[in-house]
Write a protein that binds this ligand. Structure first.
Ligand SMILES: Nc1ncnc2c1ncn2[C@@H]1O[C@H](COP(=O)(O)OP(=O)(O)OP(=O)(O)O)[C@@H](O)[C@H]1O
Length: 511
């Protein structure tokens, strides 16, 4: 029985809520929580177009929050003029960057990172760190979702792979929590995979450079033998399994957590993780906690579940929901059979190999098989899958990052969130199991404004599933043959067929 993750029907909104003024719906506790949030409301705000899931209005208007003290209450006319300008400015920015939002009193988007200081009092050290990382302009999701979190609102954010969502949740945490207060964990970031948790911890440390935060990655050792009563930790990054283990066995106290982030939240809400997420959500019992959910793919079912843990959230979508980055040139290649795929791969590498290349297969067995095949070729290849030790997995990732490995063969353990700089090509050697898996896999290239390429092999067996991928391709402007678009639509069934093993050796029954 999951107390927190039971999806609830959206409560009907009172008439004045639709004007952005009513009491938020929910229990007295939630109301209290929302009252606190309202109090935190920041400088400039919009009330915008509503979507069904978070239940809000269809009217479009925008207000300048007078609590900023910028508007002169005695001069109604000039206040109205200023408000109108603000509405227009926010709307132009949103349109320019393809940002869609829903929610009440949504703060206006950032025009520049400098506004973090002028509007939200950001410390200069943090801003220096941003420019030190070469971040000059906020990306569209950063423009909109950072102010949402900074104004104390919960956020449900969907933006393309490689569009800078990590900064969206890290930066407000670093701005808002007090470092080294010694009264426990203040922020928890959950990631579905260990590699991603390690990467997020590293990014967090880079952004926090020069500020004295205790930032910890929940390693296996820590979850099994950490003394959490003595350990200092402001920001904790973990996979659900390790955090749940530490909660149960090591009596980790999360009651003072102010920020809970579910990165790659659609994956986190998949079966297998739900029980662990539920236990974490329960342990984060602070009524003022701010939850935020991020992914490049957020199906409606996840929005439904999100409603059970979020209150008064602002939904921010950049571009089209559940679509691939437009920076990736996508191609489908018919390889006929399993043998045909290996030949096609070798031929493609012989014609042009432009490393780094990431190659996805559907299982660890197949990853090992393909690695054996490519090891005979003159290609610096390596392999990563769940059978490797943690240290081995880290070494593989480091070697690929350092350019020592040209071709990395991988299962879906690194298909989400991993930020390898400048991957030129992603090859789906095995057809992805779903459109979401496809979007995340190919999203390892075409990041941070760079272009990339994605090639997907398919066999006769994969043909019935082509349409799902073709839809994603067409939506991001890639050419798709009309016969594929005419294939019947399949219900969202996962495609993981049993495939012939990867080998060029003749089979027993062949001559
Ligand atoms: N404002 C910015 N300017 C330039 N580069 C940026 C900016 N913000 C983030 N980046 C860089 O863009 C890359 C992708 O960022 P990030 O990993 O946060 O993407 P993401 O949206 O979380 O992707 P995914 O959905 O795959 O997890 C990183 O290398 C990051 O350093």
């Amino acid at each position: 029985m999951y107390l927190y993750l039971q999806p609830k029907e959206p409560p009907p909104l009172p008439e004045d809520a639709r004007k952005g003024e009513a009491e938020p719906p929910g229990s007295p506790e939630k109301k209290e929580k929302n009252r606190k949030r309202k109090g935190k409301s920041s400088v400039s705000a919009e009330i915008v177009e509503g979507f069904s899931v978070f239940g809000c209005s269809e009217s479009v208007s925008s207000v300048r929050n007078s609590s900023s003290g910028e508007a002169d209450g005695s001069n109604t006319h000039s206040k109205e003029v200023a408000m109108a300008r603000e509405i227009e400015r926010a709307s132009i920015l949103r349109k320019k960057h393809g940002i869609h939002i829903s929610g009440y009193n949504v703060p206006a988007p950032l025009e520049s990172f400098e506004e973090l200081s002028s509007r939200y009092g950001c410390k200069s050290k943090l801003l220096q760190n941003l420019s030190g990382l070469g971040f000059k302009e906020p990306t569209p999701i950063q423009r909109k979702a950072i102010p949402v979190l900074l104004s104390g609102r919960e956020c449900f954010a969907c933006a393309p792979t490689g569009s800078g969502k990590t900064l969206v949740f890290l930066f407000p945490i670093l701005m808002k929590i007090k470092p080294r207060t010694k009264d426990g964990v203040k922020a928890v970031i959950l990631c579905p995979m260990r590699e991603l948790a390690a990467q997020t911890t590293r990014e967090c440390k880079k952004l926090a450079k020069g500020r004295k935060f205790y930032i910890k990655l929940m390693t296996k050792e820590l979850s099994r033998s950490g003394d959490f009563e003595k350990m200092h930790c402001d920001i904790l990054v973990s996979t659900p399994l390790r955090l749940d283990f530490a909660l149960r066995k090591r009596k980790l106290n999360l009651s003072r957590v102010e920020y809970l982030v579910l990165d790659e939240s659609d994956k986190l809400f998949e079966l297998g993780f739900v029980e662990q997420i539920d236990s974490v959500v329960k342990a984060c019992s602070n009524p003022s906690i701010i939850c935020s959910l991020f992914s490049a793919t957020l199906p409606d079912s996840v929005e439904e579940l999100a409603r059970s843990i979020m209150h008064d959230a602002v939904r921010v979508i950049v571009g089209r929901k559940n679509s691939a980055s437009e920076l990736i040139k996508q191609k489908l290649v018919f390889a006929g059979s399993e043998k045909g795929k290996l030949l096609a791969l070798r031929q493609s590498f012989a014609e042009s190999l432009n490393p780094p290349v990431l190659l996805f297969v559907q299982s660890k067995e197949r990853a090992k098989e393909l690695y054996k095949e490519l090891a005979f070729d003159d290609i610096k290849a390596d392999v990563i899958h769940a059978d490797l030790t943690q240290q081995q997995r880290e070494d593989v990732v480091d070697n690929f990052r350092a350019g020592k490995t040209w071709v990395l063969i991988a299962t879906d353990v690194i298909s989400r969130g991993m930020d390898f700089k400048g991957i030129n090509c992603v090859i789906n050697y095995d057809f992805p199991e779903s459109a979401a898996a496809y979007i995340h896999r190919i999203g390892r290239s075409g990041r941070a404004g760079r272009t990339g390429e994605a090639i997907t092999f398919y066999t006769e067996e994969d043909k019935p599933f082509l349409r799902n991928i073709a839809n994603v391709m067409a939506a991001s402007g890639c050419e798709v043959p009309s016969w594929i678009m005419a294939l019947p639509k399949l219900k969202r069934k996962k495609h993981r067929p049993k495939r012939d093993s990867i080998s060029t050796l003749p089979e027993d029954n062949e001559e």
